[in-house]
Design a protein around this ligand. Structure first.
Ligand SMILES: CC(C)(COP(=O)(O)OP(=O)(O)OC[C@H]1O[C@@H](n2cnc3c(N)ncnc32)[C@H](O)[C@@H]1OP(=O)(O)O)[C@@H](O)C(=O)NCCC(=O)NCCS
Length: 174
């Protein structure tokens, strides 16, 4: 077995997945801060997700450090659609299925039992994000439709790409 394989297996074994707590807020903020091209929101934003949206959000933890995070919520008035806001995995743990595992865990929770569609927005230049959600759509044998939700003009003078809405579904549960 090569050293690289050993490291990969160790990473897999040591990662645990759970709902976020408000005490994770600062670590999540710091993880997003060092993970371009994600937009960094305020610490308050992450505390809100840890407190009010913890059922549809998740952290990955390794050696008492937060190494991954997904924020999501059920679309208001529509219990069948999970909106995924941010997905992030620490650079040291990427490429090992951590993001995929986090999203699978959220979808498998009782609060998502009726979820048949996933929505998210992707900026055109984020090829990792596009690949990640395309892979998710394949895993759940679902269609993926794209349309611009927030055109760049809405972001004013600050340079920002279009936010393209990905609608994935209906999901065929694994
Ligand atoms: C995008 C990101 C969350 C992926 O996390 P990860 O744990 O490395 O992803 P996984 O190992 O679970 O990969 C899941 C799928 O996405 C694909 N994928 C992930 N990163 C990719 C990349 N950089 N390029 C191409 N495909 C990628 C994988 O190939 C895999 O698909 P497969 O199972 O069909 O082979 C991570 O690179 C990240 O945090 N990036 C910075 C923040 C960001 O851009 N977030 C938006 C994310 S949606």
């Amino acid at each position: 077995m090569t050293g690289e394989q050993t490291e990969t297996e160790t990473c897999f074994k040591e990662i645990t997945y759970r709902k976020p707590l408000i005490t994770d807020g600062r670590s999540i903020y710091n993880l997003v801060k060092k993970s371009p091209p994600l937009d960094l929101n305020s610490l308050y934003h992450y505390l809100i997700f840890c407190h009010y949206y913890n059922e549809t959000s998740i952290v990955a933890e390794k050696d008492d450090s937060i190494t991954g995070f997904i924020s999501g919520f059920l679309k208001p008035g529509d219990g069948k659609t999970l909106f995924v806001w941010q997905v992030v995995v620490d650079e040291s743990c990427r490429g090992k299925g951590t993001a995929k595992k986090m999203l699978d865990e959220i979808i498998a929770r009782p609060c998502c039992a009726q979820v048949a569609y996933l929505e998210t927005t992707v900026t055109p230049s984020n090829s990792a994000s596009r690949s990640f959600f395309s892979s998710f759509a394949r895993d759940y044998a679902a269609f993926l439709r794209e349309s611009v939700l927030f055109p760049s003009s809405l972001f004013g003078k600050k340079s920002h790409e279009d936010e393209v809405l990905f609608t994935i579904g209906p999901l065929k549960r694994k």
